[in-house]
Design a protein. Structure first.
Length: 319
């Protein structure tokens, strides 16, 4: 059975804490950091936000964001094992050749510790105000993914499609390993895209039964496309299963990377102490392992740090 990996989501975290969160995550044994994406906040919303019941956004004009590709390079420079993936980057309002250069740079600078989580984008404003038509966005993004993969594979390439057209070019150096593409979205079209061209699928907030149904549907689609035996990851944010038993249920449903949200990391004498770990995506599966590691570090430092660990970190691990 594939080992479940644990991912920290840093959405809405203060920017001045991000490098310390990454260092702490690596020391605590987490596998990945998920990097959110938003270009700008538009005051008037013309269509419903697709991932809340009331269609309203869960963030406002003051919510902190940073370009996820720049952030991946920054966090990669202060870690050595932790992996990073965009969750997800909205491709529709961007240019595929510029993205290919950025993604390739991040992959090279992090020694292939980067995965490209991709989506289309939901808001007409993001497309139109960036000079890209909202119409035919799905077909355009399919072509963008094709272009980016082609260029990242290395060598002299050319492309002649409906939306993008260029003669022979090359970007060097190409990443030494293929960059995995994780496709986001809950619609049937998105699931087909993930099954057809993705190395994995990533969810927004879903219940476990919804995740199980979606995983089954994607696996059926992968079989239809002849890709059932190709390695594939399921990344999920589950909102109704917590604790060890809850995560066993997620594993049975096929989830391989549940997200954990970090509220705060407090640094005391250089030792990262996790003050609060909360769901979606419970951390209690790995609480024992994390607790052992933290206790060992606390004993080495001793004094107030060890006491702070007992008072703050342990309760946080088991919330």
């Amino acid at each position: 059975m594939t080992r479940m990996q644990y991912t920290i989501s840093i959405a809405f975290s203060p920017l001045d804490q991000l490098t310390e969160i990454a260092r702490a995550a690596e020391e605590l044994g987490f596998d990945n950091i998920a990097l959110p994406d938003s270009i700008f906040y538009f005051e008037k919303q013309s269509v419903d936000y697709p991932y809340t019941a009331d269609g309203k956004r869960m963030f406002d004009e003051n919510s902190p964001w940073v370009d996820p590709l720049i952030l991946a390079g920054t966090l990669g420079a202060v870690t050595s094992k932790l992996r990073f993936y965009t969750n997800v980057m909205k491709l529709g309002s961007r240019n595929p050749l510029l993205l290919a250069r950025q993604v390739g740079s991040v992959a090279n600078l992090t020694n292939n510790r980067f995965g490209f989580g991709v989506g289309i984008g939901w808001a007409p404003e993001e497309f139109e105000w960036c000079g890209v038509p909202y119409a035919k966005r799905g077909k355009r993004v399919d072509e963008m993914i094709e272009v980016i993969k082609l260029v990242l594979a290395g060598g002299m390439v050319e492309f002649h499609g409906e939306f993008y057209d260029f003669d022979r070019l090359q970007m060097s150096p190409a990443p030494s390993e293929p960059v995995p593409f994780y496709v986001g979205g809950h619609t049937e079209v998105a699931l087909k895209r993930a099954a057809r061209i993705g190395d994995g699928w990533t969810s927004a907030m879903m219940k476990c039964t919804e995740l199980a149904d979606t995983v089954a549907r994607i696996n059926a689609l992968r079989a239809e496309y002849g890709r059932a035996d190709v390695p594939f990851e399921f990344q999920a944010v589950c909102i109704d299963k917590f604790g060890v038993d809850g995560h066993r249920e997620l594993a049975e449903a096929g989830v391989e990377r549940p997200d954990v949200v970090v509220l705060e990391v407090d640094l005391d004498e250089g030792l990262p102490v996790v003050v609060a770990l909360v769901q979606p995506g419970a951390v209690v599966d790995v609480a024992a392992e994390v607790e052992i590691g933290l206790r060992a570090q606390a004993r080495e430092v001793g004094g107030d740090v060890a006491a702070a660990f007992e008072d703050q970190a342990v309760p946080g691990l088991h919330r």
